[in-house]
Design a protein around this ligand. Structure first.
Ligand SMILES: *Cc1c(COP(=O)(O)O)cnc(C)c1O
Ligand SMILES: [Zn+2]
Length: 432
């Protein structure tokens, strides 16, 4: 049986070659539903282990290695891949100690081709655009989705269109979208308004929408989890922790875990913790009230990648939390930036939103939710250079309302041995 689109609420089905983002009957979000019975009988851990290290497309991609779980029916020749994925899973004992857990791994999705996990979704989405034969794709974005869409559209030879807000965009992301040749438009509106706009405009002009409302994006993003568990030799960690903005990742992670369990590649589910910034925490607020409803807010946070007040994938994120006995936590901008400085200082580095994963672990250990004996995988979602401004400002103390706990001051010196000696002999080495 080929894969189909299925409404998560009323189970209405649609063929995968229909351009549709919400159920026509009830408005619910759509899932790409694969033939799980067939997968259970044909896919084993060895299927995916055999493909590790291959030089050949499409299995050299950390997304398409798991093609049967992503988009089984797509002809290999239509796949648009850079290739993405194959990101490192770092054991970080010093950060584990700081956070208070026995074992902490950080999976660095900033190591993707355009510097964020969005590439895993975009290879899925732009590949589907080619299956559908469309030649224009669009998204609204806080930045990384645009950078990724621009790159994959260029690689596929189709037009990319990106809607940015006109303030608080991390410069690296804007630069990428322009450089990769997308039609880039700044709009005097926040992300949530821009997403509504892109959907209206795309509908009117016949443009394919590649925000995470697009279920083929989520199929690609599932592979973050699948790859992490494969890197752990299929040993399931106790917790997976990730930042939550529009909640595409949270949604994809739940679906990945559910499917891995269903086809017998894992024998239990890890618990998922979704971490939001205090100024952008509608999921956290709803979690506190037993998920009664989503109340959209006006979002504010230094972590621009998660500055989202009306997350489109909310229902799927709630489903993930229920499936995985998960939790939602919130953290302050101060905590985010200090945790980021510690990750950076390891020599790894990440953008602000990613640091939610580390500070989230520490907070949940403090609250007794995560036990100190447990194994945790945290997801670093974006590359340190995406938002270099925030790094410099943190370390020179010019970030508004942030008092850096771990600053590394930039020294100024005359070009003389005396002046340099003075700095180098007085400097106390600081190791996190
Ligand atoms: C998109 C993004 C997020 C938020 O992910 P969602 O799937 O929207 O919840 C977090 N961090 C970075 C770096 C991102 O680019
Ligand atoms: Zn429906």
């Amino acid at each position: 049986m080929p894969s189909i689109l299925q409404c998560m609420d009323c189970s209405q089905q649609y063929p995968v070659d229909k351009i549709i983002y919400n159920c026509e009957i009830c408005g619910g979000l759509l899932d790409v539903q694969h033939d799980m019975d067939k997968l259970r009988h044909t896919i084993t851990r060895e299927t995916f282990d055999r493909r590790l290290g291959t030089l050949d497309a499409p299995y050299n991609s950390g997304v398409w290695r798991y093609k049967e779980l992503v988009n089984p029916d797509v002809p290999d020749g239509l796949i648009v891949s850079r290739p993405e994925g194959n990101t490192n899973l770092y054991a970080v004992p010093k950060l584990a100690e700081w956070a208070g857990v026995a074992k902490l791994y950080l999976k660095h999705e900033g190591e993707n081709p355009t510097g964020s996990f969005k590439d895993r979704g975009m290879t899925g989405g732009v590949t589907q655009a080619r299956v559908l034969g469309v030649d224009r794709v669009a998204c609204a974005s806080t930045g990384n989705t645009s950078a990724s869409l621009a790159a994959y559209a260029a690689w596929a030879g189709i037009e990319g269109i990106v809607f940015f807000q006109n303030k608080q965009i991390a410069f690296g992301k804007l630069a990428q979208a322009i450089a990769y040749g997308a039609t880039a438009i700044q709009i005097n509106a926040d992300f949530d308004r821009n997403l509504a706009l892109v959907r209206e405009v795309a509908g009117a002009l016949g443009i394919y929408v590649l925000n995470s409302i697009n279920p083929f994006r989520l199929e690609g993003q599932k592979t973050i989890i699948i790859e992490a568990i494969q890197q752990l030799r299929w040993q399931v960690p106790d917790w997976i922790v990730c930042p939550g903005g529009n909640l595409g990742n949270s949604s994809a992670f739940g679906k990945a875990l559910h499917e891995l369990y269903e086809i017998g590649l894992i024998d239990r589910l890890p618990r998922l913790a979704i971490i939001q910034a205090e100024g952008a925490s509608p999921l956290f607020n709803s979690f506190q009230r037993g998920f009664d409803r989503l109340e959209p807010i006006h979002a504010e946070t230094i972590a621009t990648a998660i500055k989202i007040g009306n997350p489109v994938s909310y229902p799927k994120a709630v489903r993930t939390i229920r499936w995985s006995d998960g939790v939602v936590e919130q953290v302050s901008d101060q905590e985010i930036m200090d945790a980021k400085a510690l990750i950076d200082r390891q020599g790894i580095g990440c953008e602000p939103a990613s640091a939610c994963s580390l500070i989230g672990v520490r907070k949940l250990v403090d609250k007794g939710v995560i036990k100190s004996s447990e194994t945790v995988v945290g997801i670093l979602t974006g590359h340190i250079l995406k938002d270099a401004d925030s790094v410099i400002q943190y370390h020179n103390g010019t970030l508004e309302n942030i008092h850096a706990q771990y600053p590394n001051h930039l020294h100024q010196s005359e070009a003389s041995i005396e002046a340099l000696s003075k700095i180098l002999e007085s400097r106390q080495p600081t190791h996190a």
